[in-house]
Write a protein that binds this ligand. Sequence first.
Ligand code: HEC
Ligand code: HEC
Ligand code: HEC
Ligand code: HEC
Ligand code: HEC
Length: 366
Amino acid sequence: MFNLKKSKIIKGLVGCVAIGLVSWLPGTASAGVSGPCSDCHTMHNSQNGAPMAFNNSTTPNRALTRGDCIGCHSGATALKGSNNNIPVVIRTVDPGGQGNGLTLAGGDFYWVATSGGANDTCGHNVKGVAGVDSNLGYTPPGWNATTSNGIANGAADWGTNQLTCAGTYGCHGSHTSTDNYAAIRGAHHGDNGTIDGLTTATSYRFLNGILGAEDSDWEYTVSSTDHNGYKGANGYTTSDNNTISYLCAECHGNFHASSAISNVSYQGAGASPWLRHPTDFSLGSASGAGYSAYTTYNVTAPVGAINPDTTTSVITPNSNDIVTCISCHRAHGTNHADLLRWDYSACNAGSANASCGCFACHTNKD
Ligand code: HEC
Ligand code: HEC
Ligand code: HEC
Ligand code: HEC
Ligand code: HEC
């Protein structure tokens, strides 16, 4: 693992030790991004008369950055920058698969991107990355503006508004602004390692209000002892509006809610037999059999936790081990249909297949 953030914190501590000498340095310990301002910013987008934007465009970016969200977060490798400190989510070359250094934890937009595979089913069709989804159009499947799940994005009126990185129609940042930059303003410098969900900077991966434990290299290296910790709840109630599955439910609400919010028509009555696949529900609460054999954190089909951390390895399925939307999906995109972590068409009952994540939990269906 790279320990990027940890190494930054350590740098910060050294700075604190040397405080008598460099006490004029403001807030070094808490800076989310580090490095020369000129790595990321340009004051006029001009040097020797030539543009300084990464894509050589003469049009400047807001916040005086040298790229927009897409410009900074795309590249040939999963990490880029002088210290491998910029997480890449839109590869410019085929990653060749997911996870394990090929993509970061959220997967990659390569397969859906106009510049890559251009396969609408393989990713979220984010504006600027891909055109409008030819099967789904603008509105998220399962969109529900009126249930509790819809609250965070309840103001959204999809119409011809395409999904964006951040904002009202996006996943990251505040949902009160439709503008990517305004929605995320201050987060990059304000990320101080605290995750309390109170601001965008201190939310899990700038997902406003969502909690979790952040792996230091975004799962560039990943194993059962080195991974993100996803926040879950066992039996969703509206006080659990901080789980990773709630994030998805902000747009796909009908796929998430249970009896806890007094409408059983979504996932069902909160117990087997279910109406839709449960999320924010624990392996330990299952009445069906086979779940007790999920004993090692499985990076193909990860479980969330009520108290997530980045090193949990041993699972003794109980109320802390939670099914989440991203037990099966990756947020940005994958090389499989429906942003799935594995090829669902290769999942066959009666024949175990380690690359099919369904068997990780449904161990008695092989
Ligand atoms: C100038 C380059 C640059 C631009 C522009 C930029 N980012 Fe980033 N982004 C970075 C760097 C560097 C990091 C790593 C920061 C860190 O380690 O905390 C990062 C990290 C992130 C993360 C992960 C945060 C975490 O907790 O690990 C998210 C999410 C993100 N950016 C979203 C965005 C969005 C959305 C936009 C557009 C509004 C954007 N970025 C624009 C450089 C950029
Ligand atoms: C590694 C990339 C990176 C470096 C280095 C960097 N910035 Fe930024 N900065 C960003 C990004 C990305 C944004 C816009 C997104 C946001 O607000 O989170 C930003 C936004 C800002 C903002 C507006 C939002 C806020 O946090 O107040 C200011 C002011 C700023 N930077 C100043 C600086 C200065 C001064 C330096 C050098 C001491 C610097 N930055 C170095 C990436 C960087
Ligand atoms: C800000 C709204 C928003 C959020 C939050 C959101 N989605 Fe979506 N999602 C959409 C929209 C819009 C579509 C339909 C168009 C497209 O594919 O981009 C979609 C489509 C999908 C699809 C079908 C893709 C396809 O092309 O067949 C899946 C699967 C999906 N989302 C899963 C998730 C998961 C898992 C999460 C949480 C990590 C999530 N979504 C969070 C808006 C959102
Ligand atoms: C992270 C663990 C996990 C993964 C991965 C997973 N499931 Fe499940 N699944 C569960 C749990 C827990 C239940 C609830 C069982 C209960 O309440 O008895 C469940 C319920 C179900 C049910 C409904 C059972 C009922 O009693 O109503 C079906 C069908 C199902 N899963 C199929 C699948 C398929 C197909 C896949 C792969 C696409 C899959 N699951 C992946 C954990 C998982
Ligand atoms: C057990 C694995 C599993 C879990 C957990 C899961 N999904 Fe899915 N999802 C699938 C599969 C498989 C499909 C393909 C369609 C189908 O089988 O219904 C799919 C399809 C989708 C689609 C596309 C629907 C369409 O009309 O094209 C969306 C959107 C989606 N999932 C969102 C979510 C959200 C949001 C959550 C959490 C609330 C979630 N999924 C949890 C396995 C899962």
